[in-house]
Design a protein around this ligand. Structure first.
Ligand code: CP3
Length: 355
């Protein structure tokens, strides 16, 4: 598919080419803070039914773009589609987040885990990608994504969300062979899944390592970073004659930016606990940076949000290489008007940092 992009600010900033203003999108930009999203989810029945329906997944992907002048769309899906396709039985308990019917606890079940065929068991995701790409009509680029092997493993071993990660850490530290077999299978699965997303129309990729930051520096390298590097080594890096940039996001990974930048990725997502300007000084000659307003700032007044946006733009400073975003996903309780004020602040305040 070779439609020319009407707005390629996001891809240009990731490639550190000049832009007229700082591009912006929001993690979890399609979601429960939007009443129109809640309507469609009700129509679909539940969250996974929404993910499995390409037309409805496309509709909710486009909803935030109709409201706000965003510079990228992100596939509506979830990181847990891979473990689900491996047979763990994903379900969502109302108000409790994701759960698996068959958490992994022994070597036998890890040895038996299949590597899903992205065009088969995950064909519904690929149909969503190609539908969204077609319906975007070249307006903005489409971001595909997956979870990091470590982050997926936390859900698969714990059986759901966790507070202290004792089961998954028990496996990592007491049964490292078992853990490495699981992480290697996940890295293979994620690589072919992301490559299939690119083949079906994704123009950029993001790897979400939500839980890498709960590890010690040594364990982070051994159990998380290494497998993200394995994935990056195996990714298709060009489509339609353009580079497919990869953004790596480890929540609470601020202390490891140099090591993350050395993986071969194009950009790092940073959360609000790291100063944008310091991050640029440390790794800005190697990679672009995405972030990093605290999503809770969206509960503040539009004036306070604007002030925070200015602080972050100023901290990054002059020139390209920044993609504005939140430091993590937007909360379901945020008023859509406040998200609008945030995006408007970036579009209005950022031109003076370019050109
Ligand atoms: O950013 C987007 O708009 C694209 C869609 C997207 C979703 N999940 C939709 C979703 C993306 C990129 C994700 C990634 C994801 N999913 C991550 C990594 C990013 C992060 O936030 O750290 C993680 C850890 C998950 C796992 C997951 N999925 C959890 C913990 C939950 C429940 C949390 C909650 O908000 O209830 C989900 C469900 C989920 N994924 C929802 C959405 C919109 C909420 C489902 C609903 O409508 O009730």
């Amino acid at each position: 598919m070779t439609t020319k992009l009407k707005n390629d600010r996001y891809l240009r900033a990731l490639a550190k080419q000049p832009v007229d203003r700082t591009p912006i999108w929001m993690m979890r930009q399609a979601g429960r803070y939007l009443p129109e999203y809640r309507e469609v989810r009700k129509e679909a029945g539940d969250f996974m039914a929404l993910c499995r329906n390409a037309e409805l997944a496309c509709e909710v992907t486009l909803q935030p773009l109709r409201r706000f002048p965003l510079d990228a769309a992100i596939l509506f899906s979830d990181i847990l589609t891979i473990p689900d396709a491996m047979g763990l039985g994903l379900y969502f308990e109302e108000g409790e987040g994701p759960r698996f019917k068959h958490p992994l606890r022994d070597m036998q079940s890890i040895e038996a885990l299949p590597i899903p065929d992205p065009e088969d068991e995950l064909g519904y995701v690929m149909r969503a990608v190609s539908t969204i790409r077609r319906e975007l009509k070249g307006e903005v680029p489409l971001i595909g994504f997956a979870g990091s092997p470590w982050t997926l493993a936390t859900y698969m071993v714990e059986g759901g969300s966790s507070k202290n990660f004792s089961e998954v850490k028990k496996m990592a530290f007491a049964e490292p062979k078992m853990m490495h077999m699981l992480l290697d299978k996940l890295a293979q699965s994620v690589t072919s899944y992301l490559n299939a997303q690119v083949a079906n129309g994704a123009q950029a990729l993001m790897i979400f390592d939500t839980w890498g930051g709960v590890l010690s520096p040594r364990a982070y390298r051994e159990f998380s970073l290494r497998y993200m590097e394995q994935i990056i080594d195996g990714l298709t890096r060009e489509a339609d004659g353009r580079k497919v940039p990869v953004t790596l996001f480890t929540k609470n990974g601020g202390q490891w930016l140099e090591a993350m930048a050395a993986t071969g990725c194009d950009a790092l997502g940073i959360d609000w606990t790291t100063d944008m300007g310091e991050a640029r000084t440390r790794v800005g000659d190697k990679v672009a940076l995405q972030g990093n307003m605290d999503p809770s700032m969206l509960y503040a007044t539009p004036e306070r949000i604007r002030e925070e946006v200015e602080t972050i733009l100023k901290s990054y400073g002059q020139g390209t290489g920044q993609v504005f975003n939140l430091g993590h996903g937007i909360h379901p309780g945020v008023k859509p008007e406040n998200a609008g004020a945030f995006i408007e602040a970036v579009t209005e305040l950022s031109p003076k940092y370019h050109g």
